[in-house]
Design a protein around this ligand. Structure first.
Ligand code: ATP
Ligand code: MG
Length: 430
């Protein structure tokens, strides 16, 4: 029989790597708490039309990447409903905001989420069909200040802090404004005109985009097309005065806070719901899939799914890519246990379990060997998994004095049982 494997584009996360995932999530939760965000958990399954109405029919995500099926329920009378595994989480958060009438509170709502997303993409390093995003959203009625550029700057400053606290050195913040829906429509038309003479010289994808969705030409990665794209009009020149001053206020606040950024005129993002501020944080260590996270403002999203006016701003970080970056930075050495207890003989096994229990309850991470092992085998196992080995024979049980060897210094000492926890807590070798 053929052996079963994880489905294409999905994978198992195993220890010790999962410790890194947990550390990233703990740091994110801690930072979000300090900025007064609360956690939201929305369903993984949503009505397909949620995504077609928000992310947009013409986007890569909706047109070709979603896992969608017709669900007819259990009864013949249940009418078929098109369901989708969420490809992103902003739409679900805004749906929940609308469904629970959270705008009625008259205040800004600040949410964060951590969870799996699904896109049928061609799998490669940093690109999977099931991946995890950590994201946050600030949304509310306009009178609560949800349109203020200060909210954009605060979210960007929070991201800079989070990446720094995660130990992701060397990130770059790329920033742009795609303006209002009217600005974007105007720009699309300008681009369409500008592309007429040059499109025949461009790649096939661009020739198609030049007609269907000119904005997407700016995403093209084909090297030969780059000099042509550089000559195209910039969206900055199609922004109205409100969009321009909004963007200027965002950058002024970032300057005041000392958050570095670069303006990227080509950053238009692949989801239709974005308005005004758009951004990406990238990292050189990631190679081709270099975007750590993306986000922006979505002032019309709530209305697009039938809700009240509720401008907002948010982002989604690719957790898989955070892990890859930290691994590449070697900031991710697996932690070793504080101690390995080696019972000398099976008669000491029970006493060794009692000692392990005492130390573990005291907050230490302890590996427990087995009395049937030869001492050499215990030493090898201990050296791989722990910083120190505690040797426990019948003499040690009787005297209450244990032999402890620290692998980093090679020093072996005798430690009374009452002092053991204290000794193990002092920083030893790695
Ligand atoms: P990309 O240009 O890399 O395809 P995107 O524009 O499709 O990214 P978003 O939809 O903005 O990405 O998602 C935000 C973040 O989620 C990305 O910056 C990336 O870190 C992560 N991400 C998106 N798609 C995947 C995927 N298939 N596998 C792993 N991470 C992903
Ligand atoms: Mg993508």
């Amino acid at each position: 029989m053929a052996t079963l494997k994880a489905v294409r584009g999905t994978r198992d996360l195993l220890p010790p790597e999962t410790a890194l995932w947990n550390r990233i999530e703990a740091t994110a939760r801690d930072v979000f708490a300090r900025y007064n965000f609360g956690e939201i958990r929305t369903p993984i399954i949503e009505d397909t039309s949620l995504f077609s109405r928000s992310v947009g029919e013409e986007t890569d995500i909706v047109s070709k990447e979603m896992f969608t099926w017709q669900d007819r329920g259990r009864l013949r009378s249940d009418h078929a409903q098109s369901l989708t595994l969420r490809p992103e989480n902003t739409a679900g958060v805004v749906r929940a905001y609308v469904e629970h009438k959270l705008g009625d509170a008259g205040q800004l709502q600040k949410f964060y989420y951590i969870g799996p997303q699904f896109r049928r993409e061609r799998p490669m390093k940093g690109r999977y069909r099931q991946f995890s995003q950590i994201g946050a959203e600030v949304i509310g009625p306009p009178h609560a200040g949800s349109e203020s550029p200060l909210r954009d700057a605060e979210v960007l400053e929070m991201l800079a802090t989070l990446l720094d606290e995660l130990g992701i050195n060397g990130w770059t913040l790329e920033l742009n404004s795609v303006g209002s829906a009217a600005d974007r429509a105007r720009y699309n038309e300008t681009l369409r005109q500008a592309l007429i003479p040059v499109a025949p010289k461009m790649c096939e994808d661009c020739q198609r985009r030049a007609v269907t969705n000119p904005l997407r030409v700016l995403d093209c990665k084909v090297p030969e097309d780059q000099p042509i794209i550089d000559t195209l009009p910039k969206i900055a020149d199609s922004l109205d005065d409100d969009s321009k001053s909004h963007f200027a206020a965002v950058t002024a606040a970032l300057d005041a806070a000392g958050v570095p950024y670069t303006r990227n005129h080509r950053l238009v993002r692949g989801l239709d719901y974005y308005t005004r501020t758009t951004f990406e944080f990238t990292h050189g260590g990631l190679g081709a899939q270099n975007a750590l996270l993306g986000g922006g403002r979505y002032d019309g999203l709530s209305e697009a799914i039938g809700g009240p006016k509720a401008p907002g701003i948010g982002f989604a970080m690719g957790e898989d890519r955070l892990v890859l970056t930290l691994q590449a930075l070697e900031a991710a050495k697996p932690e070793k246990a504080d101690a390995y207890i080696a019972p000398l003989g099976e008669t000491v096994n029970a006493a060794a379990l009692a000692l392990a229990r005492e130390l573990r309850r005291g907050g230490l991470t302890v590996e427990l060997g087995d009395g049937s092992f030869r001492l050499k085998k215990s030493f090898d196992a201990a050296d791989r998994t722990a910083r120190r080995i505690i040797i426990m024979g019948e003499d040690e049980v009787a005297s209450g004095i244990l032999t402890v060897k620290d692998f980093s210094t090679g020093i072996q000492t005798k430690v009374p049982r009452a002092e053991l926890a204290g000794v193990l807590k002092t920083p030893g070798g790695k």
